[in-house]
Design a protein around this ligand. Structure first.
Ligand SMILES: Cc1ncc(COP(=O)(O)O)c(C=O)c1O
Length: 408
C-alpha cells in the first residue's frame, strides 16, 4: 500500500553490512581487495580513496595547479552539473568557467567550447551525466590543441564503459563517487584514478596527510548505512521521503565541504559491495532500455543521448518534456503512483546562489542548460524497479503526452 520507489539507489543488504563489520579487523586485506577491484574495473595504474567525489576532484585539481604554475587558474565545467563540481573548483582556489550544454546530449556545446580563450584554462571537466559519456574524442582534440588537461568526472558512471574503455579513465585523472544514489555506495566516498605516475605520487602524499574518521565516526556511519539499507526499500522509502529536513535529493553549493580520508570500515564495506556493481549496472541498463524504447515512441518527450543500438546503463533515465508544466505534472502524477521522479539540479551553474565570486566571466548565455533546468525529469532505473513500475511510468507519461516532439 505504501510502496514508493526512490529516484536512484544502489541496494546495500544487511548481510553485506554484517560482512563488512566482520572484515573490519582485516582492514589491510580489504584495502588490497578494493584496490585490486578498482584497478580491474578502471584499468588505471593508480587509485586513491577519500571521503567523497568532490574531495577527489579537489585534490586532483590542486595537484594539476601545482604542476601547471599560476597562469592557468580557470576550470571549464558543464553549465548543468552537480553543484559539488563548481564547489570543488572554488575550494581549490580556481575560477569556474561554465560552458553551455546541448540538452539532447547533456554534454558541452562544442561550438561554444571551441570558441573559448584557453590562455588561462587549466582543465576541462567532462561529466558523463547520468552515465551518458561525454564526447571524449572531441575533448581529447581540444585538450591537445590548447594544451589543457581533461578530468573525467565519472561520479555517475562507475563500472561503465564507452567504446570498450572504462569511464573515469579518459582524462589526466578521473574519479568515482560512492555517495548515496550512485552506481555503488559506501554511504559516501570518492575514488580518484589516474595513469599518471607523477600526479599519483603528489596525490598519495596529500591523501596520507588527511584526517580519517575514528571509531565514533564509523559507528555513526554504520547506523546511517543500516537506515539507508532499510529505507531505500520501496516498502519503506515513503517514510524518509516525508521528512524534508533529511534533504533527500538536495544539491547544495558549499565550498567549505569536509575533506578527509576514507574510513577503515568504509574500505571494508566498499570491498564487500563492489562485487554487486556489474549486476546493478546491468539492471539499470535493462530498465533504461525498457523505459527508453517505449518513451521515445511517445509524442512530446525526448531522451537525451538516446541510441536504440546502444542503451547506456543510466543511473537515472533523463527525459525532456515539452515544457515545465508537463514536467511538474509528471513528477506529481508519478509520486501519486508510488514512483519518485527527480527534477535534478535546480539551477544552471551560472545561477547557483553564492557562486558569483568564483566565476571566471560574466557570460550569461546558458540557454541549453536553462532548458534542462526547466524541462528535465529523471526516472528511476535502479534494481528495485519492477516491470509493473515501468508500465505505470510509461502509461503516466502517455497520458500527459503533448502531441508533438519537444523543440530543444
Ligand atoms: C556529476 C557529479 N560530479 C561530482 C559529484 C561529487 O561526488 P560526491 O557527492 O561523492 O562528492 C557528484 C555527486 O553527486 C556528481 O553527480
Amino acid at each position: 500500500m505504501f510502496r514508493l520507489l526512490s529516484p536512484a539507489g544502489a541496494p546495500v543488504s544487511l548481510s553485506d553490512i554484517a560482512r563488512s563489520m566482520l572484515a573490519r579487523t582485516r582492514h589491510a586485506r580489504c584495502y588490497e581487495q578494493l584496490e585490486k577491484s578498482i584497478k580491474v574495473l578502471s584499468g588505471a595504474r593508480h587509485c586513491l580513496f577519500v571521503n567523497s567525489g568532490k574531495t577527489a576532484l579537489l585534490l586532483g585539481l590542486k595537484a594539476l595547479k601545482e604542476h601547471a604554475g599560476d597562469t592557468r587558474d580557470e576550470v571549464i565545467v558543464p553549465a548543468y552539473t552537480c553543484f559539488t563540481v563548481p564547489a570543488a573548483v572554488a575550494r581549490a582556489g580556481l575560477k569556474v568557467r561554465p560552458i553551455d550544454i546541448d540538452p539532447m546530449t547533456m554534454d558541452f556545446r562544442y561550438d561554444t567550447l571551441s570558441a573559448v580563450d584557453f590562455n588561462r584554462v587549466l582543465a576541462i571537466v567532462g561529466n558523463n551525466l547520468f552515465g551518458i559519456p561525454s564526447n571524449w574524442a572531441k575533448l581529447d582534440e581540444i585538450s591537445r590543441e590548447h594544451n589543457v588537461d581533461l578530468i573525467d568526472d565519472a561520479a555517475q558512471a562507475m563500472g561503465l564503459k564507452h567504446g570498450g574503455i572504462p569511464m573515469g579513465t579518459f582524462g589526466k585523472f578521473g574519479f568515482y563517487s560512492l555517495g548515496r544514489g550512485k552506481n555503488l555506495t559506501a554511504y559516501a566516498g570518492g575514488i580518484l584514478v589516474t595513469d599518471d605516475d607523477r600526479l599519483a605520487e603528489t596525490l598519495s602524499q596529500e591523501v596520507v596527510k588527511l584526517p580519517v574518521g575514528g571509531i565514533g565516526f564509523e559507528m555513526m556511519l554504520l547506523l546511517k548505512t543500516i537506515l539507508l539499507s532499510l529505507f531505500l526499500r520501496p516498502r519503506l522509502y515513503w517514510l524518509p521521503s516525508m521528512m524534508p529536513f533529511l534533504g533527500l535529493g538536495e544539491t547544495i553549493f558549499d565550498p567549505e565541504f569536509d575533506i578527509s580520508g576514507f574510513s577503515r570500515w568504509q574500505v571494508c564495506l566498499s570491498a564487500v559491495v563492489s562485487k554487486h556493481l556489474d549486476s546493478y549496472n546491468e539492471s539499470r541498463r535493462a530498465n533504461a532500455r525498457a523505459l527508453a524504447e517505449r518513451i521515445q515512441a511517445l509524442d512530446g518527450f525526448d531522451i537525451p543521448g538516446y541510441d536504440g543500438n546502444n542503451i547506456y546503463a543510466c543511473l537515472r533515465l533523463p527525459v525532456l518534456t515539452a515544457d515545465q508544466q508537463t514536467r511538474d505534472e509528471i513528477v506529481a502524477s508519478l509520486r501519486r503512483r508510488g514512483i519518485t521522479a527527480s527534477t535534478m539540479y535546480p539551477a544552471t551553474v551560472r545561477n547557483i546562489d553564492g557562486i558569483g565570486p568564483y566565476l571566471a566571466s560574466e557570460d550569461n548565455n546558458f540557454s541549453g542548460a536553462q532548458t534542462v533546468v526547466e524541462r528535465l525529469v529523471t526516472l528511476p532505473t535502479h534494481p528495485y524497479l519492477r516491470e509493473s513500475d515501468i508500465e505505470r511510468i510509461v502509461t503516466t507519461l502517455a497520458g500527459l503526452s503533448q502531441g508533438e516532439k519537444c523543440p530543444v
